[in-house]
Design a protein around this ligand. Sequence first.
Ligand SMILES: O=C(CO)[C@H](O)[C@H](O)COP(=O)(O)O
Length: 227
Amino acid sequence: MNQNELKSLVGKKSVEWIKDGMTVGLGTGSTVYYMVEELGRRVKDENLKITGVTTSIRTANQAKSLGIPLKSVDTVDHIDVTIDGADEISSDFQGIKGGGAALLYEKIVATNSDKVMWIVDESKMVDKLGRFPLPVEVIPYGSQKIFERFEKKGLNPAFRKDDKGGLLLTDSDNYIIDLHLGQIDNPHELAEYLIHQVGVVEHGLFLDMVDTVIVGRQNGLEVLEAK
Ligand SMILES: O=C(CO)[C@H](O)[C@H](O)COP(=O)(O)O
């Protein structure tokens, strides 16, 4: 099976956790794409009654096109489960997210969810985090100064570019600085540093947040319980 087939497999499988009446956080990315397609199918074919809370304009557009009813995170009283992708998951269930630039809404929705589930193909499972560049969302004003501070600290920053070579803008009109770290020895310490830099809106370290991980492997699906 190729990577897309594995993504499709875990995406479809994760929808089995969604029951009638649930409010469901809908993540962002190419794996989540398959989950949302399957959810849309169940809403249409099985008359499944759910409310979706999306984490990006991209996912909102897809969900709307499939007829999935949506609400904002601010107008629901709780979210039963959020299903999202991840860029890396370490053996102790810490994660890097934000490869799709949606980390801010993803973290807001995840931290307001009763249960968080990540769906990944096996290439995302690592011993230690850091090979995948760590996204940091910053407001444009003063972002060059933050960049320089990261550089001085040896964090190997790079502004993320869009398809046209300009600076990529997130759904909240912020920039992303990716930190090319190679390996992150102490994710909690790094997260603490990053969140205290003025101008940083959020970072892609999702720590102590996930409950269940579904991994698509060549030899089948694996469901891992983190908590
Ligand atoms: O964090 C994310 C978006 O901000 C995605 O969940 C992450 O990048 C994984 O995406 P994909 O399923 O396309 O590999």
